[in-house]
Design a protein. Structure first.
Length: 249
């Protein structure tokens, strides 16, 4: 059963990540389903805007469910990362705006997913970041570019080197998020933004997204065609996962 739900609501499509369990971490099959679902929406001429939120109130998404990487063949891990990237790219290429409502944690692939969206509404105490180095995950050019395009190369370096998570106000100051509201108001603020966009002429909004994407195209094309190595140092990855899943006490 998929942990990604897409609900059509008139001119709006609502993507819900996870089920509220395990901080809405997604499995490889979930990433594939998300990519396929977004690609299907791309052909819908009546669509005006898409929202992405996490199920429940604790998290947007903690990224990938690393439990499926325990003792996994390296090819399985590489396939999982390829599916993640396909989902992010599908969102970036969707011809209508995609708005992320970030409540709770958006970490790792969850942060990348939020950054792939056009705009991000984040809660004051909600957090975004890329704590991937501790797992032996090797940052790809695409991962770095999403952060650098929103903020700066320095911010990309900071978050990738340190793995720290930034709360809502700092996320806005750094350019990672569009606006910050109290956590209890994330849903309402996201919906208000969605309705404002949906009320605009469809052709103008699609043209605006295309125009911004054209400006970003040189960087996006460069990172997508850049030769990359493995997604992770598999020894470090297995040691990190084992330590993380090891019962304590």
């Amino acid at each position: 059963m998929s942990d990604v739900t897409i609900i059509r609501d008139g001119r709006v499509a609502r993507v819900v990540l996870g089920t509220g369990r395990r901080s809405n971490a997604l499995r490889s099959d979930d990433w594939a389903e998300l990519a396929a679902g977004i690609d299907a929406l791309a052909t819908d001429e009546s669509l005006r805007v898409v929202t992405v939120t996490g199920a429940g109130r604790a998290a947007f998404s903690a990224g990938s469910d690393m439990r499926e990487w325990v003792s996994a063949d390296p090819r399985q891990v590489e396939n999982s990362f390829a599916r993640m990237e396909a989902a992010f790219t599908a969102i970036e290429r969707l011809p209508v705006p995609v708005i992320a409502g970030v409540r709770g944690v958006a970490a790792g692939a969850g942060c990348q997913l939020a950054c792939a969206c056009d705009l991000r509404v984040i809660g004051e105490r909600s957090r975004m970041g890329m704590p991937i180095a501790r797992w032996g995950i090797l940052a790809s050019p695409a991962f770095a570019a999403r952060i650098a395009l929103l903020s700066s190369p320095d911010v990309a370096r900071d978050l990738l080197y340190t793995g720290r998570l930034v709360e809502g106000p700092e996320a806005v100051r750094l350019g990672l998020a569009s606006r910050c509201v109290p956590d209890s108001e994330v849903e309402a603020a996201t919906e208000a933004l969605v309705q404002l966009i949906a009320a605009q002429p469809a052709g103008a909004i699609r043209a605006a997204k295309l125009a911004v994407e054209a400006a970003l195209a040189p960087t996006r094309t460069a990172v997508r065609t850049h030769a990359t190595g493995p997604a992770a140092d598999y020894g470090d990855l297995q040691r990190g996962i084992t330590a993380f899943l090891q019962p304590t006490g």
